[in-house]
Write a protein that binds this ligand. Sequence first.
Ligand code: CDT
Length: 303
Amino acid sequence: SRIVTVGAAQLGPIARNDTRSQVVSRLIALLTQASQHGCDLVVFPELALTTFFPRWYFEDQAEIDQFFEREMPGPETRPLFEAARELGIGFYLGYAELAEEEGRTRHFNTSILVDKTGAIVGKYRKIHLPGHAEHEPWRQFQHLEKRYFETGNLGFPVFRAFGGIIGMAICNDRRWPETYRVMGLQGVEMVLIGYNTPVHNPPAPEHDNLSHFHNQLVMQSGAYQNGSWVVGVGKAGNEEGVMQIGNSIIVAPSGEIVGACSTLGDELAVARCDLDLTQSYKSTTFNFARHREPQAYGLIVER
Ligand code: CDT
C-alpha cells in the first residue's frame, strides 16, 4: 500500500477587509492541526487568501489587483511555507495570480502544490471559468470570473509527488468530466480541488436546493470513472452576505465518500488514502488502454 494521509482544510468565510496575515494564521492553525493527525498533505480552498471578490463589479484595475498575489510565496504567505517545512506537510493552495508573461500583465485563478520541504512542485491555472464578463445588476451578487481572469494556459498537468501522481483542478472544473479524464489519461491517482460555491445560482435558482447533491455527484463520478482519489474543499458559510456550501469531501476511487466536513467554518476532515486502491479500477473496468474507444469520441474535441 502507498498511504497518503490527507487533510481537507475547509475554511469559513473571509471578510473583504480581512488581511492576508489574518488568513494565513488560520491556514497555519489548520496545518498544525493536520500535523497532529499525521497528515502528509493538506488541501485548502480556491482563492483561499481573500474573500471571493468576483461577487463584486469593480472598474478600477488597481482595486481588482489588490486581491492578486504578485509573488508566491510573498511576504505575507512565506510563514505558511515555513510552517509546512517545519511540520513536514505539503499543501494545495488556491489564490489569484498576477503574472508578468509575454510582455504583459496576466491574471489567473491559480492553485499550487507544495511539497513537504516547502517547495512549489506544481502549478495549475483554472480552465473552466464560470459566470459572466459584464456587470449584470439584476443578480443579487455578481460572478465575474470571466472578467477578472484569463482562461488557464497550462492544460491539466499531473505531478509526481507524495509517492504518487497528483493532479489539480479548481471549483467549476470539477463539474466537467473532461477535467478528470485528461488527468486520468496521465494516470492520476489523486485530484485536489478547491472551490467557492454559492448556494444560490442567480441564472438557475431551481438548482439551489441541489447544490450539495451536485457537488458530490461530480466528484464521486470523477473519482470512480478514472479510478482516482478526489479531495474537494470549499470556502463555506456566509461570506459578505452570500451563502457558500461547505460539504468538503474526500472520495475514494470506488466513488465512496470516506471523509467529510460537517460545519460551515474552518474545519479539518482527515482520511488515510491508499494510492494502490486506484489499481483495481485502473486495471479492470477503467483499463483505458483496453476498453476506451477514442475513435468514437472525436466530437468532444471538435466542438
Ligand atoms: N468558483 C466557482 O467556480 N464557482 C462555481 C459557481 C458557478 S455557478 C453554477 C462552481 O461551479 O461552483
